[in-house]
Design a protein around this ligand. Structure first.
Ligand code: FAS
Ligand code: PHB
Length: 404
């Protein structure tokens, strides 16, 4: 058994773990990342596509925004297609100039991994049988890699290991409360090297079900269809996907749609999920380890970023300013923003998807709600300010020691 010591042991090298590692490195705080998958596997994951302005600002603070600045696509509006008509929500005009940036989570992950390699920081990939111990007193992590057993003694453990990770599962049942809503449908997503159907995202509410027209660049598109949970991806040929997407689009978009072979196709289930609290002694949960949102509001990746903004600030305050204030406030501050994003994601999902259990009356009410939102500046503003991202309430630290 090899015994190592560090200040912060980060479990998971998805966006949350990698971003926390980068921010701690910039503040000169030693840490180690332990990841169960290979680096290639992590770098190849295809998921989110939209970054809030506050997430972009955080990536800039972490010093990993060069590629993002060059290839990210600033978007100032989105379209909502309902009843065969498109309605543009002018995000920037409604939020005093804020915007979102189209930039794939895959690229964010690669940028953070590249920065980690350049700084030669310690990451254990393909770690097996990862366990966390004694996190209410003297925390340590054990795992095996290449048949070598390790024990990492640390001050804190950051559970950035996603929804299926080991950290939340290690918390005693009487110390944790979870809230969950599972949606009766999934998103069938396709990635294809074809130009996007429109310059901006189109969220589609149609009688046949929800669809989303998104993109990764001007030559790579990302599309989603609401499908029953019973569907399997093998049942969806590319041709069937494109035909169904056309059936849900308006005439102009149908005309403009460029189809082509998929380079990725998968079905993701939709759920809302929150863990309370998000701190257990010396263990913090962040990102999908603590909460899940349906992707309709484009909040999952952005919530992971806001948790890390609060957690990195709390740990920097502890080590640099010798104060526990941020650590004590971590869970409450995160959850305030998490629940608002959960509400918005639930609301967008409810508004734009077809639910088989809906009565004719429910449908009429939903149409009236959407007509009000799209037809009123107040309604459009509430959608816009949530979509571009609500502000963080965070302390900034000046004069941090420069990373070695
Ligand atoms: P992640 O799940 O990304 O990373 C957790 C890491 O921990 C993984 O690398 C995992 O291998 C590792 N791990 C797990 N268990 C471990 C253990 N026991 N030991 C060590 N390591 C362990 N969000 C959006 O904003 N917009 C979207 O469009 C969107 N689309 C999505 C589509 C899909 C199919 C999925 C699944 C999610 C989508 N999301 C979207 C949400 C997604 O982007 C997450 O919010 C984001 O990945 C959260 O990042 P992390 O918290 O780092 O968790
Ligand atoms: C994506 O491009 O993957 C995407 C964009 C917006 C969403 C969800 C997913 O709401």
């Amino acid at each position: 058994m090899e015994i190592l010591k560090t200040k912060v042991a980060i479990i998971g090298s998805g966006p949350a773990g990698l971003l926390l590692g980068q921010l701690l490195y910039k503040a000169g705080i030693e840490h180690i990342i332990i990841e169960q998958k290979s680096a290639d596997y992590v770098a190849a994951r295809i998921r989110a596509g939209i970054l809030e302005q506050v997430s972009v600002d955080l990536l800039k603070e972490a010093g990993v925004d060069q590629h993002l600045n060059e290839f990210g696509l600033p978007h100032h509006g989105i379209e909502i297609l309902t009843g065969g008509e498109k309605h543009r929500i002018d995000l920037s005009a409604l939020t005093q100039g804020k915007q979102v940036t189209v930039y794939g989570q895959t690229e964010v992950t690669k940028d953070l991994m590249q920065a980690r390699r350049e700084a030669d920081l310690t990451t254990f990939y393909e770690a097996q049988n990862v366990k966390i111990h004694d996190f209410y007193a003297q925390p340590y992590v054990t795992f095996t890699q290449n048949d070598q057993q390790y024990q990492i003694r640390c001050d804190f453990i950051a559970g950035c290991d996603g929804y299926h990770g080991v950290c939340r599962a290690s918390v005693p049942q009487d110390k944790i409360k979870t809230f969950e809503k599972v949606y009766p449908f999934g998103w069938l997503g396709i990635l294809a090297d074809v130009p996007p159907v429109s310059d901006e995202l189109i969220y589609v509410q149609s009688e046949r079900g929800f669809a989303l027209c998104s993109m990764r660049s001007n030559t790579r598109s990302r599309y989603y269809l609401q499908v029953p949970l019973t569907d399997r991806v093998e049942e969806w040929s590319d041709e069937r996907f494109w035909e169904e997407l056309k059936n849900r689009l308006d005439a102009e978009s149908r005309e403009n749609l460029v189809t082509g072979p998929s380079i990725e196709k998968s079905i993701a289930p939709l759920r809302s999920f929150v863990t309370e609290p998000m701190r257990f002694g010396h263990l913090f949960l962040a990102g999908d380890a603590a909460h899940i949102v349906p992707p309709t509001g484009a909040k999952g990746l952005n919530l992971a970023a806001s948790d890390i903004a609060y957690l990195s600030s709390a740990l920097i305050e502890y080590y640099i300013n010798n104060s526990e204030q941020g650590i004590i406030e971590y869970s409450e501050k995160c959850l305030k923003r998490v629940w608002k994003a959960e509400r918005f994601s639930w609301w967008m999902t409810h508004l734009l998807h077809r639910f088989e259990t809906e009565s004719d009356f429910d449908l009429k009410i939903k149409q009236a709600e959407l007509a009000y939102i799209l037809g009123s500046e107040a309604g459009q503003t509430t959608l816009a300010e949530n979509y571009v991202g609500l502000p963080y309430e965070i302390k900034k630290f000046e004069n941090l020691p420069k990373a070695s």
